[in-house]
Design a protein around this ligand. Structure first.
Ligand SMILES: NC(=O)c1ccc[n+]([C@@H]2O[C@H](COP(=O)([O-])OP(=O)(O)OC[C@H]3O[C@@H](n4cnc5c(N)ncnc54)[C@H](OP(=O)(O)O)[C@@H]3O)[C@@H](O)[C@H]2O)c1
Length: 270
């Protein structure tokens, strides 16, 4: 793994905390040069200082991936810094909840602009550089991309659309670049993780009790494998793998479980 990543330039969107930051530390630890990104300059500076202190070669670029011009700036500034790009990890994303009838159109726009368009636009500006290095585009998705999750339709829509995007890209640029889709399962969150509420404000994400959570380090190591082995897709966690199989063999069971969890929606977000 170390040899493969040595000297590779990797841009990770949303790497000031959470899975993105841990992935930066993991891949940087393997010798990659990391372009860090986030919207909040202070938070990004603190992650940058911490990662730099570990001896990792990195730079930081403040950019909001929901704004196309800022996706362009992120890639162009990254190229100015390192003169090449080997991997783009589209990780920046927000969680959301809200029933369909309660979610304002502006809310749908917010989540799709970050989770979906953020990935599509950053990839668009990165592709010319990735083609030169026969590089990789990684798309960080979720178990929620495989089913419509009641109470989280906005999030499901934003991630499910990325499956179609990745599958198309895998064929359009086959043998030119690699595109890997990572279906992440329930993962330990940072304390500062927020969730978009149906009223358009951000709230605290409640602790997920009774669930076996992946560690962020585990997720980062799996992302590294997807890049090195040029895998087209991977589903993480036992629950994620079980959901994947059940959707093929006995989808009714998955939908019965979703109905059950929907009954608890009010209790979860009261
Ligand atoms: N945690 C899980 O259980 C889980 C499960 C499945 C999938 N995922 C996916 O994994 C990815 C990371 O999740 P996480 O739990 O690590 O999230 P997180 O802790 O909330 O971190 C999100 C990161 O993205 C940045 N970000 C958010 N919006 C952005 C924007 N518009 N432009 C640029 N950066 C932005 C945030 O920094 P700023 O706020 O400063 O911009 C932060 O660095 C997401 O795509 C998520 O959907 C997570």
């Amino acid at each position: 793994m170390k040899q493969f990543f040595q000297g590779k330039v990797i841009c990770i969107t949303g790497s000031s905390q959470g899975i993105g930051k841990t992935t930066a530390i993991t891949l940087g630890g393997f010798g990659a040069k990391i372009i860090l990104n986030g919207r909040n300059a202070e938070k990004l500076q603190s992650a940058y200082a911490e990662i730099k202190e570990m001896g990792i070669d990195c730079c930081q670029i403040v950019a909001d991936v929901s704004i196309p011009e800022q996706c362009k700036l992120l890639i162009e500034e990254g190229i100015k810094h390192y003169s090449r790009l080997d991997v783009l990890i589209n990780n920046a994303g927000i969680a959301s909840h809200g029933l369909i009838e309660e979610s304002d159109p502006s809310n749908w726009e917010k989540i799709v602009n970050i989770n979906t368009m953020g990935t599509i636009n950053t990839t668009f500006y990165a592709l010319p550089y990735l083609k030169k290095t026969n590089g990789s585009v990684i798309i960080i998705s979720s178990m929620a991309a495989k089913v419509g999750v009641p109470g989280h339709a906005g999030y499901s829509v934003s991630k499910m659309a990325l499956t179609a995007y990745a599958k198309s890209l895998q064929i359009e640029l086959e043998n030119v670049i690699h595109c890997g889709l990572v279906y992440v399962g329930f993962t330990a969150n940072e304390n500062q993780k927020r969730i978009l509420k149906p009223d358009g404000t951000y709230g605290e994400l409640k602790e997920r009790k009774g669930l076996k959570l992946s560690s962020r380090e585990d997720v980062a190591n799996q992302i590294a494998k997807v890049i090195e082995k040029r895998k087209k897709e991977i589903t993480l966690t036992t629950l994620g793998k079980l959901q994947h199989i059940m959707l093929k063999l006995a989808p009714g069971i998955v939908y019965a479980m979703l109905r059950k969890s929907h009954k608890d929606y009010d209790k979860m977000y009261e």
